[in-house]
Design a protein around this ligand. Structure first.
Ligand SMILES: [Zn+2]
Length: 145
């Protein structure tokens, strides 16, 4: 599994790979907007495909960062490709999203705990700081209705 950072204003995607020590969030180097951490399953549309980017931006800003969503039978649900479908999708899967947020928080806490076991150095400290920031943002987004 690899993860990505996305800047929704520049439509810029950064691959983060799979090594947690390489994960970071932070701000877009081009426009300094906050970047979003998304699942490896996110397939960025072409920069000129405004419609698809609008759908992606809507989903990501509502907390649906392309992790797997499952229906009642446990089957993976395809992510919507139109804004109208995206609105229905967000309404329908909001509860699952909260669970995913809880899981993601747990993962972040585990990553932070693991890092604290490592030898102290500047890059480790920066990473812990980044992860704590992500954790804080998750906590804030979880309280948004
Ligand atoms: Zn940007």
């Amino acid at each position: 599994m690899g993860f990505k950072n996305v800047c929704l204003s520049c439509k810029r995607v950064e691959s983060l790979g799979t090594d947690p020590s390489q994960f970071r969030t932070g701000h877009c180097p081009q426009c300094s907007a906050q970047m979003f951490f998304v699942n490896h399953k996110f397939r960025p549309p072409k920069a000129t495909d405004e419609k698809s980017w609008a759908v992606a931006a809507y989903l990501i800003s509502h907390g649906f960062s392309y992790y797997t969503i499952r229906d009642e039978q446990g089957l993976a649900v395809a992510y919507p490709t139109t804004l109208a479908d995206a609105e229905k999708f967000v309404a329908k899967y909001a509860a699952q999203r909260s669970q995913q947020i809880a899981r993601r928080k747990h993962d972040l806490e585990k990553q932070i705990a693991d890092l604290r076991q490592r030898t102290q150095n500047d890059s480790r400290d920066r990473l812990i700081c980044d992860l704590n920031e992500q954790l804080l943002r998750l906590t804030q987004s979880a309280t948004v209705p």
